[in-house]
Write a protein that binds this ligand. Structure first.
Ligand SMILES: C[S@@+](CC[C@H](N)C(=O)[O-])C[C@H]1O[C@@H](n2cnc3c(N)ncnc32)[C@H](O)[C@@H]1O
Ligand SMILES: [Zn+2]
Length: 281
């Protein structure tokens, strides 16, 4: 059921939104329950506080949606915790990524694949955030982490962001880039969404992480296989097949082509990466 936005002076009201059907500017209705495109007439409802741009997705995005809407992801969080533990704790580990964001009060941030918003409490509370994700369950959990922050959530795809050009100071995307249907298209969308010169920070596991387990270095390849199954059992067969298919994704090549001031660095004992750059001016 559609519910009205509670605050009439929030991000919904800004000249921020774009119609994904025709690309024209779109506006939130006075009731705050629909994003309306005056150009092509398309309407996008606000359902339980979430702007629904796209609720059907395909290919990788559908594999990810099913996984993140299902029961396995919360269990898999254990491995994230374990990785952070091995890398000096949560603050230090998350900061490997967040330190690349610009500093300042009131910066407007777009978080692509915001998930359940675990990064939100680590961001300055004065930053208004628009979070986009394809999982209703994750977005619903994300709401609980809004606190007093000006946070607006969108059910939609990274590859087709419902925001106007140059609307944000920075864009963050953690834990999803490798398996977007089209990572290059998603990155171009992030570039479009931020101001010229705006910062984009992307982080994920290295795509071939499962080839880089350690036990074979100790002459124990059997333990690698055991560990691999232990970790990937929690991902389900479709997600694991997707991970295997995209092992050779060349993330830095995508970033180098699209971003200015390109920087790519391995983090978390080389299990993850952070890719940073600026939207070309
Ligand atoms: C590992 S979670 C990361 C969530 C959060 N950024 C974090 O670091 O905890 C990956 C998220 O990406 C979302 N996702 C995957 N593909 C997407 C796409 N094409 N567009 C938007 N969100 C996507 C999933 O629904 C999921 O919530
Ligand atoms: Zn339109």
């Amino acid at each position: 059921m559609a519910t009205a936005a509670t605050n009439p002076t929030d991000l919904w009201r800004e000249e921020l939104w774009r119609c994904v059907a025709c690309g024209a500017p779109a506006e939130m209705t006075a009731a705050g329950d629909t994003l309306h495109c005056g150009s092509c007439g398309a309407d996008f409802p606000v359902d339980d506080g979430v702007l629904v741009i796209r609720d059907r997705v395909t290919e990788n995005n559908e594999v990810a949606r099913a996984f993140y809407d299902g029961p396995l992801w919360p269990k898999w969080r254990f491995w994230e915790w374990y990785t952070f533990l091995c890398n000096g704790g949560e603050r230090r580990s998350r900061n490997k990524v967040l330190r690349h964001l610009p500093k300042g009060d009131g910066l407007k941030l777009l978080d692509v694949a915001v998930g359940d918003g675990v990064y939100l409490p680590w961001l300055p509370p004065s930053w208004p955030v628009v979070g986009v994700d394809i999982s209703r369950v994750q977005l619903s959990n994300c709401k609980a982490r809004a606190g007093k922050r000006d946070l607006r959530l969108v059910l939609g795809e990274a590859e087709d962001l419902p925001v106007r050009d140059g609307s944000f100071d920075a864009c963050l995307s953690i834990g999803a880039f490798n398996y977007f249907n089209d990572p290059a298209k998603a990155l171009r969308e992030m570039v479009r969404a931020v101001k010229p010169g705006g910062t984009i920070v992307i982080s994920d596991e290295i795509p071939n992480l499962t080839d880089r387990l350690w036990f074979h270095k100790l002459g124990l390849p059997g333990l690698d296989r055991w560990f691999y199954h232990k970790v990937t059992d929690g991902l389900g067969p479709e997600f694991v097949a997707m991970v295997e298919r995209f092992k050779s994704l060349d993330v830095p090549a995508i970033g180098r082509e699209i971003l200015d001031d390109f920087h790519y660095e391995l983090i978390w004992m080389k299990m993850g990466y952070v890719m940073v750059g600026k939207a070309p001016r």
